[in-house]
Design a protein around this ligand. Structure first.
Ligand code: KG4
Ligand code: ZN
Length: 334
């Protein structure tokens, strides 16, 4: 096992982040500047605005990560950066910065897959134990992944349309809540009642794929019909009915995968891992089976560079380096 001190950079969406990570599991520094307040005004992330804001703060965020780690660039073994998937203009800011640093200081450059990063956020809390199933739930992703070993990812299911966080944000907007609406829908769901009987979308028997756009349309149509009939819309009940449908399907498919693949470790990552309904249901089901559930703390669930530095340690061991031709990629296989 080689030792590593890695400077990592993440700019795939609306967080500008840099971190210094030792041996894949020790956070020496972890800086994040979020653009959430800017995008709130537009009701969602505006790609061009995101790119410009990354440019404005990138250098400072990297400097802070080194300063707070009490390190100079010469103390660093390699530079890691999110290569994709994500917003292309946003990714390019991180990739260009990483290339400049790697080239000028003659350090290896490690390209990282964003979803691989989300999974390794768990490794910063407790070493990953294999085999495992990972459920990734964020504003851009909904995936079930089976892992037999480090860096060995098998995607067994993914969304065919909206990501789960995206569905939350759209439903939130429909009932008049500000972006990002996920946390607020979650809060209302704790106090409402499941009165609206929204569909549970299971797709073909045995499939681990997801689909949330039909559920989103069902919510919009129900509200539209109620308005036309002048019926009262109880936001809390919409939230509970929607959340119950989402959680039942996410948890149902995840637990089927846990059983079929015979794993005793389930990990969850991405911004929607903060959802109380989802956490409670997964805790209950994993307890019943007697298997271990890991969910990182919230600051490691949402986009950050520490998770990029964690997986980069394992890529560093395998010398999975890139040359200066590295480019950002809006879509990229895991
Ligand atoms: O991982 P993340 O910070 O960014 C992406 O890479 O997408 O995830 C953000 C998403 C947003 O859609 C937000 O509404 C959702 O996570 N989210 C939640 C909750 N907290 C954040 N969704 C449901 N319940 C929550 N408590
Ligand atoms: Zn993410």
């Amino acid at each position: 096992m080689s030792e590593s001190i890695i400077l990592s950079i993440e700019t795939s969406c609306d967080e500008t982040a840099a971190s210094v990570i030792k041996n894949g599991n020790e956070i020496i520094s972890n800086e994040v500047v979020t653009q959430m307040m800017t995008h709130k005004k537009f009701g969602g992330v505006v790609p061009e605005v995101a790119s410009r804001q990354h440019v404005e703060v990138m250098t400072q965020v990297i400097d802070e990560a080194l300063k707070n780690a009490n390190m100079k660039i010469d103390d660093i073994d390699a530079i890691a950066v999110t290569e994709g998937p994500g917003l292309i203009g946003a990714l390019l800011v991180g990739v260009a910065s990483a290339k400049a640093l790697a080239f000028s200081h003659q350090k290896p450059l490690i390209p990282v897959h964003h979803i691989g990063g989300h999974i390794y956020a768990n490794h910063l809390v407790k070493p990953l134990q294999f085999p495992l199933i990972a459920l990734i739930v964020s504003g851009g992703h909904t995936e079930l992944i089976y892992m037999k070993d480090h860096l060995d990812f098998e995607i067994i299911g993914e969304t065919r349309d909206d990501a789960v966080g995206e569905a939350y944000d759209k439903v939130a907007r429909t009932i008049g809540l500000p972006y990002p609406g996920g946390p607020e829908v979650d809060r209302l769901a704790q106090i409402g009642q499941d009165t609206l009987n929204f569909p549970r979308v299971w797709l073909e028997k045995g499939s681990y794929d997801f689909s949330f756009s039909g559920l989103k349309s069902a919510v919009i149509n129900t509200l539209h019909n109620k308005k036309q009939k002048n019926e009262e819309i109880i936001k809390e009940d919409v939230a509970t009915s929607f959340q119950n449908s989402v959680v039942e399907v996410l948890v149902g498919k995840t637990m089927s995968a846990v059983k079929e693949y015979d794993v005793d470790h389930l990990i969850v990552a991405g911004g929607v891992a903060a959802n109380k309904g989802l956490r409670d249901a997964l805790e209950l089901e994993t307890n019943k089976l007697g298997i271990e559930l890991s969910i990182p703390p919230l600051n490691l669930c949402t986009d950050n560079a520490a998770m990029i530095g964690s997986i980069a340690h394992f890529l560093y061991e395998k010398k999975r380096f890139s040359d200066m031709k590295l480019n950002g990629k809006n879509s990229l296989d895991l």
